[in-house]
Write a protein that binds this ligand. Structure first.
Ligand code: DGY
Length: 396
């Protein structure tokens, strides 16, 4: 068997291929399973340099649980998996039985992972925050514009050869300038989106979040100082305690919260009915935040209501009627899909696995960019159950 080490990787070596799987560095002392080919090269180098045999699924499909279980086999120290796989007690148990101590999701969200079971099995669960913040916020902004200004409908109209010349009433939409944007979930991505909407479109900002976001509020205050210096009206930035208030007041509502029991179907029929008839609803977070059947019914009844979705309740499927609605823009979960971000996510996931296998402490600062260079700290970038597992933290 040909051994593909770091040198061969650098020279473009692609590994030993058997069926739908490729193996890098087959003689590695450790074994890491990667359930989907990831963009870039650096992540492979990180794993191989850590002396891991790396088994990568090359197929262009989502592996079934029994396929992952079989691939984990009897020896697997760590695994990089996908948000489209359900890492429940069964799969985590299979990883544990194979000797695994770390699983990294190739995503910032980890609602597909049973954290309690992982902790119970002493498996560290990594995710990939920080490197997709601006990319996903940009996509939320793109969806907002596409929905507001009916870009997708207009594009289809052009391609059908229906354009007969300028017309005063053609594809009338909504402008954003100095209207109000409501952010539900003001974490990293929500904050980045808020900044884009404030700076780009001078939107007043409302946010709903269990905790205050002093950074965002200070940012808008500083921006207001700039606006005043330009002789322009300041913008408001307000945290609200109840979602209903935000839904009633906002012209654009964008969802940026995690999916858990408390946020499942947070946007349902009664809450949709509170929103302005011409409002815009954006979701780049997780599909089940919205009751999709209720959304379809609402959009049918209110043709001026507009929606931009990157995620779906029953991904990859969409609820009956959703894709036929002209007032809904639909994307295939590509919020973080810039080349740089997807390569950076792969690097963070690989460093999560290597960091735990080497016993490095867990990084506790928001800046993940330090992990993208070769001269990165000897730390594990992001482990969501680090405290529950009693892992050593960098600050300690
Ligand atoms: C995530 O990371 O959670 C996104 O949904 C995909 O990048």
């Amino acid at each position: 068997m040909r051994c593909v080490g770091v040198e061969q990787l650098a020279a473009g070596g692609t590994g030993v291929t058997a069926g739908e799987w490729t193996t890098l560095h087959p003689d590695g002392a450790l074994r890491v399973l990667v359930t989907r080919q990831l963009p870039g090269f650096a992540w492979k180098k990180i794993l191989v340099e850590a002396n891991a045999r790396v088994d990568i699924f090359r197929g262009d499909r989502i592996l079934a649980p029994e396929e992952i279980e079989a691939a984990l086999g009897t020896q697997c120290d760590g695994c990089i998996g996908q948000l489209s796989e359900v890492w429940d007690k069964r799969l985590l148990g299979a990883l544990k039985a194979a000797g695994g101590i770390v699983y990294s999701n190739y995503a910032v969200g980890y609602d597909n992972v049973d954290i309690a079971s992982a902790t119970n099995y002493q498996i560290a669960v990594g995710n990939t925050p920080g490197v997709l913040t601006e990319t996903t916020a940009e996509m939320a902004a793109a969806l907002t514009l596409a929905a507001a200004r009916r870009i997708v409908e207009s594009d289809a109209f052009m391609r059908k050869g229906l354009f007969q010349g300028w017309s005063p009433g053609l594809f009338l939409g909504e402008h954003l300038w100095r209207k109000t944007v409501g952010i539900i979930g003001a974490g990293r991505i929500g904050t980045a989106y808020g900044r884009i909407m404030v700076e780009g479109f001078k939107m007043h900002l409302l946010y709903y979040d269990p905790v205050e976001n002093p950074f965002l509020e200070a940012y808008v205050r500083a921006y207001n100082a700039f606006l005043s210096a330009q002789g322009q009206e300041p913008l408001s930035c307000r945290r609200v305690d109840d979602i209903e208030l935000l839904l009633k007041e906002a012209d654009v509502v964008s969802l940026h919260c995690v999916l858990d029991r408390t946020t499942y179907h947070m946007i349902d029929a009664p809450r949709l009915s509170l929103m302005k008839q011409g409002a815009i609803l954006i979701n780049t977070s997780r599909g089940p935040l919205i009751d999709e059947a209720a959304l379809v019914a609402h959009c049918r009844r209110h043709p001026t209501f507009k929606v931009g979705l990157d995620v779906y309740e029953h991904e990859p499927f969409t609820s009956p009627g959703l894709v036929d609605l002209p007032n809904v823009v639909v994307l295939p979960h590509i919020g973080s899909a810039s080349r740089w971000t997807r390569e950076a996510m792969a690097i963070i996931a690989a460093r999560n696995v290597v960091g735990i296998l080497k016993g490095y402490p867990v990084w506790c600062q928001p800046d993940m960019s330090v992990f993208l260079s070769d001269a990165c700290p000897k730390a594990t970038p992001s482990v969501v159950n680090a405290r529950a597992l009693g892992l050593r933290l960098c600050s300690e």
